[in-house]
Design a protein around this ligand. Structure first.
Ligand code: BG6
Length: 490
């Protein structure tokens, strides 16, 4: 691994405190940081290195998955620096450049810089432009990479514009667009489960699969992110990015090799094979919802419209469910049902593959207990795979009951599987783009989501339409029931 300086724009923000610094601490514990390494956190407020390190210590103590020991933290802290800069002050970047040269000399980091834009999307452009103008964004003797947080644009047009700004400065090969779901263990495991098992791969198509369900359910509400969420909603916050990544990994063809671009080529083909939603599709196959007041873990909670920085007559969806088809040789005719929502009754993310029934064998035909075979990829909180199949109930003549094989990965290897951000930061440090989204993936997922978003924004919904702590709006159940199916979760 090359030596490098990581420059975090947004060094005092939530993401840095909750995710980035704890991830760096855990990488340090595992000996996975470069030999010579420094972090420069850039933000607006005035602060000394000492004060900043103290604040980081508190956050790492609170959010790290490993206990913080003083010695290891001290080692990391000695490499953390704070730099004050107003992001729109162009001359400040020239001073920052000098400062980074000085840091490079002090820490011996060979001139390499990994920028992390942990700032709100309105700042992506100004930071990139100023990095470019100051000469910080390129070097002939060392490398530059940039990690960029979601949301990548608000729609296709703004994403295209943003992409142009960033690619002209850094070039696609140096851009690491974060979708933190790709850093989750079970998503990385998906290729192994699918392509390393003769038990699954031959059945992974429309001859044997009846439908696929991808479900992400959260009990939390919008917390203190009301002003961001008002503009995003579930469609842009979860569907356009995380849910699409779950989908493409589930549905893609085997890549020719495991290189970043071969995998991303296959994921892209899935998105291209989904027919864009027409207005009629949206009305028939897309359901939106917004939570009202209710109870979560036996405590009363307010509705979305009563949350901080949310309009009292907000039309923003906190729940979305879609049904669509992937029109290719493998999947033609298999419906994909995808749903995500906040303030629901449970916290989990699962991919459910529901297999077709076998042609009725006479003596099983009228047996009410025969259930479809299910393969469930449990993404979180438990990580693992679950297989449901039919067997005879012991002691009966021929009564069938569903039985299960349940593999809990994080029970076996301990609850401590690495956090997504550890893997992602590590990969960007070694220059592996596999777990980051390529521009065309972003582009095509916007092409799918944009028409839905436009229609939903233009028409007032009858919100709120589900209670906090419930299973979501009843229309979402109808969406699948009218096809004679049920949402499955285990
Ligand atoms: C984020 C969304 O990208 O993902 C949040 O902005 C959401 O609204 C979160 O809660 C879910 O991530 P995870 O890792 O907790 O499933």
């Amino acid at each position: 691994m090359d030596n490098l300086i990581m420059v975090i724009f947004g060094g005092t923000g939530d993401l840095t405190h909750r995710k980035l610094m704890p991830a760096l601490y855990n990488l340090q514990l595992e000996g996975s940081l470069p030999k010579r390494f420094a972090v420069v956190s850039v933000a607006r407020r005035e602060k000394t290195d000492e004060v900043y390190r103290g604040e980081i210590y508190e956050s790492v103590k609170r959010y790290s998955r490993n206990r913080v020991d003083g010695e290891n933290f001290k080692q990391l802290a000695s490499r953390i620096h704070y730099y004050r800069l107003s992001f729109d002050y162009a001359d400040g970047y020239i001073e920052l450049k000098r400062y980074l040269e000085d840091m490079d000399g002090r820490h011996g980091t060979d001139g390499n810089i990994l920028f992390y834009l942990a700032v709100s999307p309105e700042n992506f452009e100004v930071v990139t432009t100023n990095l470019n103008a100051s000469g910080l964004a390129s070097s002939s003797t060392s490398w530059r990479r940039v990690m960029i947080e979601k949301p990548f644009g608000e729609d296709l047009t703004s994403a295209e514009y943003l992409n142009k700004c960033i690619t002209t400065v850094f070039g696609e090969d140096n851009i690491y667009r974060i979708d933190h779901y790709l850093g989750k263990e079970m998503l990385q495991n998906m290729l192994a489960i699918r392509f390393a098992n003769s038990l699954f791969e031959p059945l992974w198509n429309n001859r044997f699969i009846d439908n696929v369900q991808i479900i992400s359910s959260e009990t939390k509400g919008v917390e203190n992110r009301g002003s961001y969420y008002e503009k995003a909603g579930a469609l842009k916050d979860m569907m356009q990015n995380h849910m699409m990544q779950l989908l493409t990994l589930t549905a893609m063809e085997p890549p020719v090799d495991l290189s970043a671009n071969s995998i991303r080529d296959e994921k892209l083909k899935v998105l291209k094979a989904i027919r864009p939603f027409t207005e009629d599709d949206i009305r028939r196959n897309c359901v939106r919802g917004q939570y009202g007041p209710g109870r979560i873990a036996d405590k009363p909670v307010v509705g979305y419209r009563e949350e901080e920085k949310v309009s009292p007559d907000s039309n923003t969806e906190t729940f979305a469910a879609l049904k669509f088809y992937i029109e290719n040789y493998r999947w033609a005719g298999v419906p994909f049902y995808i749903r995500t929502g906040k303030r629901l009754n449970n916290d989990f993310t699962q991919i459910v593959i529901e297999f077709k029934f076998l042609p009725g064998i006479p003596y099983f035909k009228n047996n009410a207990e025969v259930s479809p075979n299910l393969l469930v990829i449990k993404v979180q909180p438990e990580e693992g795979t679950y297989l449901q199949f039919n067997a005879k109930r012991p002691g009966t003549r021929n009564t069938i009951q569903p039985v299960k094989m349940d593999f809990c990965q994080n029970c076996e290897v301990g609850v401590n599987s690495p956090e997504a951000y550890e893997r992602l930061i590590y990969d960007a440090m070694i220059g592996d783009q596999t777990l980051f989204t390529r521009w065309d993936e972003v582009e095509y997922s916007w092409r799918l989501i944009d028409p839905i978003s436009r229609l939903w924004r233009s028409e007032k919904a009858d919100f709120p339409n589900y209670a906090s702590g419930s299973n979501g709006p009843s229309e979402a159940d109808l969406l699948i029931r009218k096809d004679g199916r049920e949402w499955r979760s285990i």
